[in-house]
Write a new protein. Structure first.
Length: 568
């Protein structure tokens, strides 16, 4: 491609609202342009990177035995009502009506559509297993689009769905997709971790894993063991049970004692008042589970409640913090003075809080706290479990030897064992070998392709611009003659361009009448991995070789440049 013909408007400065480096450099390098909040146009360079990622995805999906299809983005609301997700999905689902007043949604995902298709087309176990995938634009009305392509309202996604007759078959398909994802992210050069995860609104009856691109701007926290391969999203992560999980109550232990604490109700204020550290306190929060009566959750003062763990324990989709009025009605005290003793509602207590032999807790009385609280003695009716977020330094639940470390990550892929969640609800059944009806056993597997592009850009850049891995770069090499007015330079550049093109290599030739500094500045922003500079040594058949990742320059012959660029 001749750069003079390429639509690649580079920017000297990034827009002020572009916070992430990937967002800044994708804008400055002429890869994308914003149309509206969370909605982007892909310019030729951006589309070429996406094509490269799509090529890798298609190759690995085909190798795993999946077949490509294309499903409608416009989905009837009736399908979502069948699955029970139309109301539950929330405000992210973009809903509208056609001219005949029929309700539709723009697809954020396609479980309902693919289940409907297979329900109508497959009725015998002989036609399974099947794995189908598509690459298509998805739509979600994000409340707060941010970081460019990392959280948008319109994005490109690969979603695959498997259908089996039994759970053994699903396990095989799941492993095949898991392996395919490892290959995809590895070929893209991504630094990632596969972590245990919560299924969220997609749901399911089996395991689920997220693939996290490690990044300081990631919105997710990942707990990783330094001693074994354990890794889990913070929402799902657990730690080894605390030592001394069966506390011994000293017979002469002090009983709870009321202490006047006027206008002292936060952990920080309590630490200062009692001259104590956060781990010496019990923190009691009142929650309202979906469709159930309020409950209290108790954790140690230095920990945070994991609401997903609480919801899973209760068998509900979600829990919400109670409002002020509910808290005051239950505790008979202002917010900030709740404690586990004497409550009339069920109490869930985290296992680390349960083993405390003396603690400070709210007294359920205004301006009052209790010291010398022993949960096993004073709250014997409490339900004990794992209800907190893990923290740095927790002991690994798998090897019991390593310590957990929290890393930030960007979710770029997710694999689910759906089981019969959708097939049973929507009547997608087959006749088994005995002639009996049974729901299909499903799995689903997604990769955010536009998000993956941005995550790679987040990992591969320096202060000057992007540094694309060769496998997904828009062009393999960037040819830059210093002066297009120099006939010897242009002759050599043209010869190199033609030889590489004939060899099937995509290269970009900067034939613009620009100063060398401007060409190099743009080349740094664009980030093509290999650069060939044709300058004063052109008459000797020599060129300057530069790899974008190291920025080291080397004088080599024209033939050697061709050998380095043409992939073996």
């Amino acid at each position: 491609m001749l750069q003079s013909r390429l639509l690649s408007p580079t920017l000297r400065e990034a827009p002020s609202d572009a916070e992430a480096r990937s967002h800044q450099f994708l804008l400055r390098g002429g890869y994308i342009r914003q149309l509206a909040a969370g909605i982007y146009s892909y310019l030729p360079l951006g589309r070429r990177v996406l094509h490269q990622i799509e090529r890798i995805v298609r190759e690995e999906m085909d190798r795993a035995g999946a077949m490509e299809i294309l499903l409608p983005a416009m989905q009837p609301a009736e399908l979502w009502r069948e699955s029970g997700r139309y109301e539950r999905y929330g405000t992210e689902l973009i809903r509208f009506k056609d001219r005949n007043d029929r309700e539709f949604a723009l697809g954020p995902t396609h479980e309902e559509v693919i289940t409907s298709l297979l329900r109508d087309e497959v009725n015998s176990y002989r036609k399974l297993p099947l794995t189908l995938y598509q690459i298509q634009t998805k739509f979600r009305d994000e409340r707060r689009p941010r970081f460019g392509l990392l959280r948008g309202r319109e994005f490109l996604m690969k979603d695959a769905y498997s259908f089996d007759t039994d759970w053994t078959g699903l396990d095989q398909r799941y492993r095949a997709m898991f392996t395919a994802y490892e290959e995809i992210f590895g070929r893209c050069g991504l630094d990632y971790r596969a972590v245990e995860a919560d299924p969220g609104t997609i749901g399911g009856e089996g395991g689920t894993h997220e693939f996290m691109a490690l990044s300081d701007i990631g919105e997710d926290l990942v707990a990783v063991c330094g001693n074994c391969d354990y890794a889990a999203n913070l929402e799902k992560a657990t730690s080894a049970p605390p030592s001394g999980s069966q506390p011994n109550q000293a017979p002469d232990a002090a009983l709870p004692e009321a202490v006047n604490t006027p206008d002292v109700h936060t952990i920080e204020q309590l630490c200062e008042f009692f001259h104590a550290s956060p781990e010496q306190f019990l923190k009691t929060l009142i929650y309202v589970p979906e469709g159930k009566e309020p409950i209290a959750v108790v954790v140690r003062g230095d920990y945070e409640v994991n609401e997903l763990k609480v919801a899973a324990w209760l068998g509900v989709d979600s829990v919400q913090l109670a409002d002020r009025e509910t808290v005051e009605k239950i505790t008979v005290a202002p917010v900030g003075y709740a404690g586990p003793l004497g409550l009339s509602i069920p109490v869930l207590i985290d296992q680390d809080a349960w083993i405390m032999t003396t603690a400070i807790a709210g007294a359920n009385t205004a301006n009052t706290h209790l010291r010398s609280v022993c949960p096993t003695r004073d709250v014997p009716e409490a339900t004990v479990g794992d209800f907190r977020n893990v923290v740095n330094g927790d002991t690994c639940p798998r090897c019991h030897g390593g310590q957990l470390k929290l890393l930030r990550g960007i979710e770029v892929g997710h694999v689910f064992k759906l089981g019969m969640k959708y097939s049973q609800q929507m009547g997608a059944v087959i006749l088994d070998s005995q002639g009996r009806q049974q729901p299909m056993i499903m799995g689903c597997y997604g990769i955010g392709l536009s998000r993956l592009m941005s995550a790679i850009a987040e990992q591969y850049h320096d202060e000057h611009g992007l540094i694309w891995p060769a496998t997904i770069a828009p062009y393999r090499a960037h040819l830059i003659p210093i002066s297009i007015k120099d006939p010897q330079q242009m002759k050599l550049a043209t010869l190199l361009y033609e030889d590489l093109t004939q060899a099937g290599v995509d290269v970009l030739l900067d034939d613009r009448e620009e100063r060398a500094g401007s060409k190099f500045h743009d080349a740094d922003l664009i980030g093509i991995p290999y650069r060939v500079i044709i300058g004063k040594t052109a008459d000797q058949g020599q060129v300057e070789w530069l790899e974008r990742g190291t920025m080291k320059r080397e004088l080599i012959s024209l033939n050697e440049a061709i050998q380095r660029i043409v992939p073996v």
